[in-house]
Design a protein around this ligand. Structure first.
Ligand code: PEP
Length: 252
């Protein structure tokens, strides 16, 4: 089975409204040349709607960086999955390591957010990945398995097929220290086996597993060439048109 590559930019808490729109316009023009690649950008939530409007008529989809699991109510500061679909989001990043580690998000919380996203018709990009000390202790697969089991608990096979998993070794995020293509492939293959053990071969073959962690236009091609790497979740290099387009080009 052929999985479509997904290159998604995580803008994190960066850019102004005008800079976001400028970036979206620049990407819109250049991204038209890549019909075989799925492309998404995930701006800060306040810019999701204007960026989605700017990208209308292009193949670039918009995602959010977080979601709350309740539908509505007294949850000051939170945003529901329905609200995100309402303003044009297609994807939502769930369980990014910055949220797990800075804000203390557990896999249980990631799990209810994943369910909420799926119920609202959003595609969750669920992040997993080990800390440097966990890699050095040889526990990478154990850590990722625990995050995978917790984050996807109760997700049906039909829904699992729609999900995207982002393997993001925490030591590689924003550090310039990219995992080698072999290191990425090893963990991606292990994750696909986890999906297969729980959901069967058909689902495992359908699920897209992105790599994230210091991907740029120089290293993307080699990583994306690995058979179990189905795209990239890109932070820093997604904030400018040319490096991000260079990464997309590396997927072709
Ligand atoms: C990320 O934040 O998901 C990420 C991978 O960041 P960077 O590409 O900057 O390492």
């Amino acid at each position: 089975m052929t999985r479509r590559i997904l290159i998604a930019g995580n803008w994190k808490m960066n850019l102004t409204l005008s800079a976001s729109l400028e970036l979206a316009e620049g990407l819109k023009q250049k991204a038209a040349g890549f019909p075989a690649v799925d492309i998404a950008v995930c701006p800060p939530s306040v810019y999701v709607q204007p960026v989605a409007a700017a990208l209308q008529g292009s193949a670039i989809k918009v995602g959010a960086q977080n979601v709350y699991f309740e539908k509505n109510g007294a949850f000051t500061g939170e945003i529901s999955a329905e609200m995100l679909t309402d303003i044009g989001a297609t994807y939502v990043i769930v369980g990014h390591s910055e949220r797990r580690n800075i804000l203390g998000e557990s896999s249980e919380l990631v799990n209810v957010k994943t369910h909420a996203a799926l119920s609202a018709g959003l595609i969750p990009i669920v992040c997993v990945g080990e800390l440097l000390k966990e890699r050095e202790a040889g526990t990478t697969e154990q850590v990722v398995r625990r995050q995978f089991d917790g984050s996807f608990s109760g997700v049906s096979a039909g829904d699992m097929k729609k999900c995207v998993i982002a393997y993001e070794p925490v030591w590689a995020i924003g550090t310039g220290k990219v995992a080698s293509p072999e290191q990425a492939e090893e963990v991606h293959a292990a994750i696909r086996k986890m999906v297969e053990a729980k959901y069967g071969k058909d689902v495992a073959e359908a699920v897209r597993i992105q790599y994230g962690g210091s991907v740029n236009d120089k290293n993307a091609r080699e990583i994306l060439a690995k058979p179990n790497v189905d795209g990239a979740l890109v932070g820093g290099a997604s904030l400018k048109v040319d490096p991000f387009i260079g990464i997309i080009n590396g997927a072709v």
